[in-house]
Design a protein around this ligand. Structure first.
Ligand code: KG4
Ligand code: ZN
Length: 344
């Protein structure tokens, strides 16, 4: 089964084709970073308009790259939430219209399920069950994953998400949008420890996180007398070290709690090299292993949506009908979704 995947939940437009039994045939991505940069963050209306402009071009491009025609597609999967309502509607409209025109089934996919399953697309994938650390711009969660759609929440952030903390801290330090990668680059030039930031909830004995206090501590440091341009790299390095320490400690605790040895890391912050190095080292000590998506599939993309859709179609999930069609869910918890067998 060849599934076309469409992602348009935020500031990347992604289109991909995944074939059951063969793997990812191709994927195309357009990032809106340049479009939003002058505003210092994502402008929802501009995001929607750009998705409208890009989707037909990307669709043509992915077909050309894979040497396929529209008639070779067997199904469509699209991100129906969570995300920006207008941006999601663009993907939903294109996906539903295509499916209608081609008379093929269409499935709405949960964006975070796409992230969560994306490490299974890698060359040496993990197998169920595993613990997943989901670290994106809007979410920070630890989950026990026993199968597609079987996600037991172990803990999550009580305030900001890890990516959000990176983005907000970057802004406080005077770095532009997108903040996460910029902060990580600056952190690589600095030394942690010269400034002291808290490790929120490090010893809370649960698997929850809190990152908003860290951001406040950064603000206090930036506003303190004598803080200057030359100090920024050291502060960025300390912020990154604090965030990484908490994420690693909680992830290792969750592995122990679940009695599992495989940790899957997904979402944009999973691209952070310091986090990867620290997770790998901590896991190796415990004879555990960490799995990541391919670097280019860490942040938003269509491949993870095509893949998640294909797994659900394969498991027998029936496409939505009636009122559920064209439905987007800007706020949608991963724990609300069902396993494919129970869905339909
Ligand atoms: O998963 P994603 O692409 O979009 C959401 O679903 O949210 O994640 C985006 C988040 C942003 O907050 C971005 O700053 C962060 O991931 N991010 C990073 C890095 N690359 C992306 N944070 C830290 N280090 C990075 N290298
Ligand atoms: Zn995402």
């Amino acid at each position: 089964m060849r599934v076309l995947g469409i992602e348009s939940s935020c500031d990347e437009t992604g289109v991909a084709i995944y074939e059951t039994g063969r793997g990812l045939l191709g994927h195309c991505l357009h990032s809106q970073v340049a479009l939003h940069a002058e505003y210092g963050g994502v402008v929802p209306e501009l995001a929607s308009r750009d998705h409208i402009r890009r989707l037909p071009l990307l669709l043509r491009e992915v077909l050309a790259r894979t040497g396929l025609g529209m008639q070779d597609l067997d199904a469509v999967a699209y991100t129906s939430g969570p995300g920006l309502a207008g941006a999601l509607l663009v993907g939903a409209s294109v996906a539903e219209s295509l499916a209608m025109a081609l008379d093929i089934p269409v499935l709405p996919v949960h964006h975070l399920e796409g992230h969560l399953l994306s490490p299974l697309l890698a060359a040496d994938p993990p197998s169920f069950p595993f613990v997943a650390l989901l670290v994106s711009g809007g979410h920070t969660q630890l989950m026990k994953v026993t199968g597609v759609g079987e996600y037991e929440l172990l803990g999550e952030t009580v305030d900001d998400a890890a990516g959000e903390a990176f983005d907000k801290t970057a802004k406080l330090i005077g770095l532009g949008y997108p903040g996460g990668p910029a902060l990580a680059r600056l952190a690589a030039e600095g030394t942690p420890g010269r400034f002291k930031l808290p490790r929120p909830m490090l010893h809370s004995k649960d698997f929850d996180f809190s990152f908003s206090g860290l951001k406040t501590a950064v603000l206090t440091t930036v506003n303190s007398p004598g803080f200057c341009e030359a100090d920024k790299a050291d502060l960025a390095a300390e912020f990154q070290a604090a965030t990484v320490e908490v994420l690693v400690s909680k992830a290792m605790g969750a592995l122990r709690h679940a009695g599992l040895r495989q940790l899957v890391v997904a979402g944009g912050v999973g691209a952070n090299l310091a986090l990867r190095a620290a997770l790998d080292a901590a896991a190796a000590k415990r004879r555990c292993r960490v799995y990541y998506p391919e670097m280019e599939l860490c942040t938003d993309n269509g491949a993870m949506i095509a893949f998640a859709g294909a797994l659900r179609f394969e498991a027998g999930e029936q496409p939505a009908d009636g009122e559920r069609r064209f439905a987007v869910r800007p706020r949608w918890s991963l724990q609300e979704i069902k396993s494919p067998r129970a869905a339909g």
